[in-house]
Design a protein around this ligand. Sequence first.
Ligand code: GLC
Length: 746
Amino acid sequence: MNRQFSMLILFLGISVNAIAQQKSIEQRVDSLLKLMTLQEKIGQLNQYSGRQVTGPESKVKTDLRSDIKNGWVGSMLNVKGVKDTREIQELAMESRLKIPLLFSLDVIHGYQTTFPIPLAEAASWDLEAIRLSAHIAAKESAAAGIHWTFAPMVDISRDPRWGRVMEGAGEDTYLGSLIASARVKGFQGEKLGNTDAVMACAKHFAAYGASIAGRDYNAVDLSDHQLWETYLPPFKAAVDAGVATFMNSFNTLNGIPATGNQYLQRDILKGKWNYKGFVVSDWGSIGEMVTWGYARDNAEAAEKAINAGSDMDMESRAYKNYLHRLIKENKVSESVVDDAVRRILYKKFELGLFDNPYKFSDLKREAKVLSDVSHKNIARDVAKKSIVLLKNESALLPLAKGKTKLALIGPLVKSKRDHKGSWIVNTDTVQVVSLYEGISNKLGKKAEIKYAQGCSITGNSQEGFEEAVNYAKQSDVVIMALGESWDMSGEAKSKTNIHLNGEQEALFNAVKATGKPVVVILMAGRPLIFNDIAAKADAILYAWWLGDEAGNAIADVLFGDYNPSGKLPVTFPRHEGQIPLSYNYYNTGRPIKNPKYITYKSAYIDSPNTPAFAFGHGLSFTNFEYKDLVLSKDKLNSGESVKVEFTLVNNGKYAGEEVVQLYLKDEVASVVRPMKELKDFTKVYLQSGESKKINFVINKEKLSFYNNQLEWGAEPGDFLVMIGTASDDIKLQSRFTLLEGNVSDR
Ligand code: GLC
């Protein structure tokens, strides 16, 4: 009794302390707000990019610095490093009320240490590895004077024409929600204000991944049902994880720009979800509402944005230039501005910046943290877990480390910059391990390696083919490195053609014609189409953009020091014409039953409906057997759960990890339901010969969906339970019946 009682007292003490702390911050915010002029309040809503605020003298620099000294700026982006952030913070300390600046930056996959791109890390399905990656990025950023990262990007996307698919967690809402939560917790750590944590930012709110035609800055037209069912849950997961800020997005949603969208920012985010953080616009997106034709001029754009809940203005200067007048004209209430200012000041207090504006600007800590070599080991670990083994005919991989004549061929064999991908902070490439270096590091003097570039990534010359083919003929095994250059995916990198560029696939065919075994390693920021390689290569690794430790991580897999465990977080189409394509498709009224008979079926006359590689696909060097599926009951009353148990056996010769996936199909419902939806997964490590009972629990939440009235709940009927190693490779299945439904307010 004593122990429980003391635990209760401790818990109450902590809660009371937290509430007291929150109270005191709210009181401090209110006291400060009372002292602020309207101009100073508007200043807090103004964010400038600081590319010119340090460095050579210029008029821009002078103007920026004088606005900061006048207290007309609340935050800077793109100022980094202790030296520069301290210098600029000192300018802010010259202002009347000495309100500190927030320093923000796009730390998307690493600051000093470049980690794999987010889509690659999503392929690890390893939430702890993903959290840790974000934590190291936060630790390095915070040591370099950064308070706030514009990450995680949590946009669900089923369109690989969209270059920003590289920044997210892929196509699935369930996986994307868990990853959103892991990344927020990684960035924000134990507590905001700690010097190994930064504010996270859930972006782009909302549904940017559904841009028409896969083009950036374009419109999004979605049913409310799809918005709530598919695109909002990762944002809600970020809110539940305590995300400090949101960023809205360039797209319109059903005709209203997200930046000026009351439904999104006020009704849903700050209303239904009761969100207390603040929303920053995307770069210039307030002013872009004029270009959209949603506002006559920047004054009206400012009015619509602030009234719709967009608190901070990134780089359009609409708030700084027009809010004062809009308030005088009673088009914007000062209370709306006060609410936005409160939200921003609250975070500055929470970070401890009023107590010490230079808390994050410590030169010694910066030097120590940014040179911590343990970060590379963490980067290498998550990189190898992100590699997906797509194909491995006759168990060609892993390769023997002994005396092997290797031909390394392709435009990405010696590349360094490409492994960092886009959205990077540290542009130095000296520390990046190329594939060539990774293999040399692994094999040392034992290996006989011949290298030929063969062709460039985009050029149409085949001049290098002869040398490549000759080296292939002299080798035991050929390893080819093909794919995208770092600037082919990312923002403003939409493509109509996601096939391999240039003569890369022709180079593969020329090399394969030698009859030698060929391992193809594909490196890219998005799913690519490579049908010849998929058909003819002996082994294929999808290595995305793996960051600084790419070469070492790929070599770990190639030579068996790590048994690959990655699973695709996104579907790979056979052709662009299939897009949008995802695993959770609907049955339609005329599904293909037999691929030979497609007349009057929901089919293409020139391609199968199936993808080249499915969501959840990823092979191992070992073999996993699934058996003995048992459900705890086959009939459920409302609110009850059903336990799912099966046995996983590693009956291959290598130890390894398997991501076992649980899918459900709601057989009949008031709205049509997908053929399958991912509802749970776990990553299991088994020694060769080892077996383990795996358990899942299917609760009411996993049976629920939004019905046509957007009510959240489960409906009575039959459910198909599927356990698989991929969405298109179901190993076990069973059924249960929900006897009565339930509708809850969510
Ligand atoms: C960009 C991006 C956004 C980024 C911001 C600041 O245009 O859309 O994701 O955080 O501007 O760089």
